[in-house]
Design a protein around this ligand. Structure first.
Ligand SMILES: *Cc1c(COP(=O)(O)O)cnc(C)c1O
Length: 400
């Protein structure tokens, strides 16, 4: 059986998105900046995509939507804009979480080199930041709070409406990396007091290489890409109209069917969680309830996540050990260690990210094979032997 359970790394293109992509590739080849008919016809497709995206997140105005090359670019532009824009007013302090995506963390590190001060908040043991910690970290000179909507590795959903209200009250800009949340969880940028928000097409069954930055009117963006006057002068480069139209179609499809999709995927997730619970010395990472509908992140003591992953792949099960970006190095995930999971437990972790394309039969197959593979590697592991003979202490209880 083949089971794709790595939807947090990327999703497959939906039929709706694919049809839209082909339609635009075939019929809309003008440059939307051209004044002739072909250009104008293409401009209409772009305008329509902008309206669709704005309505999916309840933006006040479609002109608050900027198309980018992906979630990473949107994250970079949001942080650089807030920091450089407010530095002039003497605000040189930024707040984020230590479990953010590297698109956030590496941009923050760049800003630190430019003289900004960054506070990296640690979440509670369930992966969720305490709003009180955010409040305590805000200072007179804080320019921006950037807290992700939901975590890509262990799925914890952050208290976005509460942080939005807090930032509004304190007069601090609020950005959220909603790449994992868009089309999967309800988003309302006005009700949640979100000033800037990032999304990425390929995380919700759209194409790769296209993303979205929402920036509330009144926020001055700085350019990451310089050149022509596309995207109201804030993002140069001839616009990828087919990709954008397909992304908007995928987002709309996800938002229109969100309730049904969420309950279906949640049921699969909870079936998988229930099926792994009886493996001794193993645990679910991240809050069991406030988590992405499809995310299951599990630590198994005494084994390497990478070995499990490669062995499961031989059985046709595709998942991840940590995030796709870190899985090439053998460092444990910064997300798991950042929320206090012991290094040994982080090493033996797997992430399954389920989606509407999965079914119960596949979940049962995952449960069966994970039991088999974990037992197999434990039976060969000197580390596991040490745990059994008491030479080493367990870091996960027998029945977590
Ligand atoms: C995938 C991801 C990104 C990066 O998006 P790209 O479109 O691949 O650049 C950023 N943040 C989170 C939380 C992600 O999961």
């Amino acid at each position: 059986m083949k089971v794709y359970a790595d939807n947090a790394a990327t999703t497959y293109l939906s039929k709706t998105a694919r049809d839209k992509l082909i339609e635009c590739l075939d019929n809309y080849n003008g440059n939307p900046n051209s004044l002739h008919s072909d250009g104008q016809r293409t401009q209409e497709v772009l305008d329509e995509a902008r309206e669709i995206v704005a309505s999916c997140i309840n933006a006040k105005n479609p002109n608050e939507i900027y198309f980018t090359s992906g979630g990473s670019e949107a994250d970079n532009q949001a942080l650089l804009s807030a920091a450089r824009g407010l530095a002039r007013k003497g605000k040189k302090h930024l707040i984020t979480l230590n479990i953010e995506h590297h698109a956030i963390l590496h941009t923050m590190a760049k800003l630190e080199k430019e003289g900004f001060e960054v506070t990296y908040l640690k979440p509670q043991s369930n992966g969720i930041v305490d709003v009180k910690d955010v409040e305590d970290a805000i200072r007179e000179d804080t320019a921006l709070v950037s807290v992700m909507f939901a975590n890509n590795e262990m799925g914890a959903i952050q208290p976005i409406p509460e942080i939005g209200a807090l930032c509004k009250e304190k007069g601090v800009l609020f950005h959220t990396d909603a790449v994992q949340a868009a089309a999967h969880l309800p988003i309302d940028v006005q009700a949640m007091n979100i000033d800037m928000l990032s999304m990425s097409g390929h995380k919700f069954h759209g194409p790769k290489g296209v993303g979205i930055l929402y920036a509330r009117n009144g926020i001055r963006l700085v350019n990451v890409i310089e050149g022509g006057a596309q995207e109201r002068g804030k993002r140069a480069g001839t616009v990828n109209v087919p990709g954008i139209a397909a992304m908007a179609a995928a987002l709309k499809e996800g938002c229109d069917n969100m309730d049904a999709n969420m309950s279906k995927v949640r049921a699969l997730r909870d079936r998988l969680i229930a099926g792994l619970k009886d493996i001794p010395y193993s645990q679910l990472n991240g809050d069991p309830v406030k988590r992405l509908p499809g995310n299951v992140n599990w630590s198994f003591e005494g084994v390497e996540g990478e070995s499990l992953l490669l062995h499961l792949d031989m059985y046709g099960i595709e998942c991840s050990s940590g995030s796709a970006c870190t899985s090439e190095s053998l460092d444990p995930s910064h997300v798991l260690t950042g929320m206090g999971v012991p290094v040994e437990a982080a090493h033996g972790s797997l992430r399954f990210s389920l989606d509407i394309n999965n079914d119960e039969e596949q979940v049962d197959y995952i449960i069966e094979k994970v039991h088999q593979v974990v037992e197999y590697y434990r039976s060969m592991s000197p580390y596991w032997e040490d745990l059994l003979t008491g030479k080493r202490e367990h870091c996960i209880p027998e029945h977590a």
